[in-house]
Design a protein around this ligand. Structure first.
Ligand SMILES: NC(=O)c1ccc[n+]([C@@H]2O[C@H](COP(=O)([O-])OP(=O)(O)OC[C@H]3O[C@@H](n4cnc5c(N)ncnc54)[C@H](O)[C@@H]3O)[C@@H](O)[C@H]2O)c1
Length: 311
């Protein structure tokens, strides 16, 4: 079994490669070629929660065991941490273990940008990323790799400045400047609403990445009711994403929501006019992790990786 540290994952898979791999994963899932049993949440509140995320596709099976512990950064620990296991689906052999934080960041940045490029206006202006933590940084890095100008906003101004320097983005002059960008990605802990009722303007796209578990919210229920809503996976997002609040309030139903993969395979419509406001609710899918793990395996020969014999 090969072991990929976080550094190895980042060396093996560039943001551009991650974007292409994650796009292919959404397509394969929409076509029914890749499958994904439901994500299991193991709550350990108020500190955080664990998630077990399986998927099957590309001749491999994957399990990600990963956390979300939002208070961790205050103690110098990452919010998201854990391990990804990748097995050969023809004989069950374990082929690789990968750092889950690095895999998660790459695929989360990729999904945020994929949704923005698929659903946002063509030739849109600057993109903004709200929340410049581990996963916000990955979204900013992916936009920059695509040649897009990026504005960063974080409650922690020092963090926004550091990350902007590291990835080649700019710090937004004010929260309002970031919130008004053509494409906005929110990657906050979801403790407070970022987009209140009536805040989005015609033509904007928002990828909501932060609210990926029970109780988290980045957009007001009333705002979701007046925009075109997309998600990564209805089952998952309607139970654990921003959508869960609107579904509970009865203001959004299955018929109001389109899955991103269905737009990519052309069985559903994406943006229909320059004035549409499009919102993508992401809770993070195991098929995205599978895409990154397979891409890392492709690049393994170029790296000096440790192997472990098991069994
Ligand atoms: N959808 C997905 O696929 C996915 C994947 C990974 C993480 N997440 C979620 O995204 C969130 C962030 O994860 P992370 O690992 O980047 O966390 P992190 O702790 O590294 O970063 C969060 C950042 O948000 C900033 N912040 C907090 N509230 C803010 C606000 N109101 N406005 C602007 N900035 C604010 C913090 O200062 C911090 O820099 C978590 O809730 C996590 O569970 C979702």
């Amino acid at each position: 079994m090969i072991f990929f540290s976080g550094e190895h994952v980042r060396e093996a898979v560039s943001p551009e490669r991650a974007l292409a791999a994650v796009r292919d994963a959404f397509v394969s899932y929409a076509r029914g070629e890749w499958t994904m049993p439901p994500k299991v949440y193991v709550p350990a509140y108020p500190a955080g929660d664990f998630r077990a995320m399986p998927a099957l596709g590309g001749g491999h099976a994957l399990l990600k065991w990963v956390t979300s512990f939002p208070g961790n950064p205050a103690h110098g620990l990452p919010t998201v941490t854990g391990l990804v296991l990748l097995s050969d689906a023809t004989n069950g052999t374990l082929k690789a273990a990968l750092d889950a934080g690095a895999v998660t960041a790459l695929r989360t940045g990729a999904a945020a940008v994929l949704a923005a490029e698929t659903l946002g206006r063509q030739n849109g202006g600057a993109a903004a990323v709200i929340g410049a933590g581990v996963n916000g940084q990955a979204a900013a890095r992916t936009f920059v790799a695509r040649g897009r100008r990026v504005l960063l906003y974080d409650l922690d101004a020092n963090r926004a400045r550091d990350v902007a320097e590291r990835v080649g983005a700019e710090v937004a002059e004010s929260p309002d400047e970031a919130l008004a960008a053509d494409a906005v990605v929110t990657v906050t802990p979801g403790r407070e609403v970022v987009f209140g009722e009536g805040s989005l303007r015609p033509g904007q796209h928002v990828s909501l990445m932060g609210a990926d578990g029970p109780g988290k919210q980045e957009i007001a229920v009333g705002e979701l009711a007046r925009v075109r809503v997309f998600c990564d996976d209805w089952e998952q997002a309607s139970h654990n994403g921003d959508l869960a609040h609107a579904v509970e309030a009865g203001t959004v139903t299955r018929d109001d929501v389109v899955q991103l993969g269905d737009v990519l395979v052309d069985t559903a419509k994406g943006r229909q006019s320059d004035d549409d406001i499009t919102v993508f609710d992401s809770t993070g899918l195991a098929i995205q992790d599978l895409a990154i793990a397979l891409a890392a395996l492709e690049g393994a020969d170029e790296l000096d990786l440790a192997t472990v014999d098991i069994g």
